[in-house]
Design a binder for this molecule. Structure first.
Ligand SMILES: [Zn+2]
Length: 241
C-alpha cells in the first residue's frame, strides 16, 4: 500500500507526469464491486395501480400501465443512474443520465395525475438529486462505495501518517499567511491537482479491493477539502474588505 502511495506521489511531483494510459483505464474499467442492491436479483413488486409484476422502466415506472411507482429508498444509486457499481464514473455521462431521470419524474408532468403519483414524483426527484450529488463528488462516491462494502470512513486521524499531518499544518499556515487573491488562487490550484491525484489513488485502491487504502485516501481528501474551504472563506473576506 505504501509503495502505491509513493508511486502516486512521485508521479504527481514529476514534471514529466502523464495521465494514466488507455491500457490502465481499460484495466480499471474491468473492476466491479459486488452488487449489494441489484434490481435484477430482486423479485418484482406488484404495481400499485395495475397489480401486475411488470418490469420497471428506469426502476421507477410500471412498463405495463405507465404509473410512477412508490419511491424505493434502498435502491443502489449506481443502479438508479444506470452505472455499474464501481468507482470510476464519466462525469458527462452521469449528468446526462441524471437529467434524463429528472425529466421522467418532473413534478409538472404529474400535476394532473393522482396524488399518489404527485407524491411519488417529488420523492423520486429528491432521491435522484441525492444520488447524483453523491456520485458526482469523488469523496462522497468513495464513502458511498465503502458503505456498500459494509465499512465506514474513520472519524479520527488514525489512518493518517505524521508526514501527511505535518504537510497539512504547513498548508494551513500558507493559507493564513497568504495576503492576496493571487496567492490564494495558487494554493487552490495546488489543492485541485492534489485532489485529482487522490481520486486516481481511490480508483486504484478500489480496484485492488484495498479498503484500508480507500479509507486513508478518503481521510486525506477530507483534509484537503477543508483547507480548500478555508481558502474560499478567505477569498470571500478579501472581496468584502
Ligand atoms: Zn402498472
Amino acid at each position: 500500500m505504501r509503495s502505491v502511495i509513493q508511486v502516486f506521489r512521485t508521479a504527481g511531483r514529476s514534471r514529466n507526469y502523464v495521465p494514466p494510459s488507455r491500457n490502465v483505464l481499460e484495466h480499471v474499467n474491468r473492476f466491479r464491486l459486488p452488487q449489494v442492491q441489484s434490481f435484477a436479483t430482486k423479485s418484482l413488486p406488484a404495481c400499485w395501480n395495475c397489480q401486475k409484476k411488470s418490469e420497471l422502466k428506469n426502476n421507477m415506472i410500471c412498463s405495463d400501465c405507465g404509473h410512477l411507482q412508490d419511491v424505493d429508498a434502498t435502491i443502489n444509486y449506481f443502479d438508479l443512474l444506470s452505472f455499474p457499481t464501481k468507482f470510476p464514473v464519466e462525469p458527462q455521462k452521469l449528468t446526462k443520465s441524471f437529467r434524463q431521470l429528472q425529466t421522467l419524474v418532473h413534478p409538472d408532468k404529474f400535476s394532473n395525475k393522482t396524488s399518489r403519483e404527485q407524491t411519488n414524483s417529488a420523492d423520486w426527484s429528491s432521491l435522484i438529486n441525492k444520488a447524483y450529488k453523491t456520485l458526482a463528488t469523488p469523496i462522497d462516491r468513495g464513502q458511498y462505495l465503502l458503505q456498500l462494502e459494509g465499512e465506514e470512513m474513520p472519524q479520527d486521524n488514525s489512518a493518517l501518517n505524521k508526514e501527511f499531518l505535518m504537510t497539512m499544518m504547513e498548508k494551513n499556515e500558507e493559507v493564513e499567511e497568504a495576503e492576496d487573491r493571487e496567492a490564494l488562487e495558487a494554493l487552490n490550484a495546488e489543492l485541485i491537482k492534489e485532489l485529482e491525484e487522490l481520486t486516481q489513488k481511490l480508483t486504484s485502491f478500489f480496484e485492488a479491493k484495498d479498503l484500508q487504502g480507500v479509507k486513508g485516501t478518503l481521510v486525506e481528501m477530507k483534509y484537503l477539502l477543508s483547507i480548500q474551504s478555508s481558502i474560499k472563506q478567505k477569498q470571500q473576506s478579501l472581496l468584502g474588505s
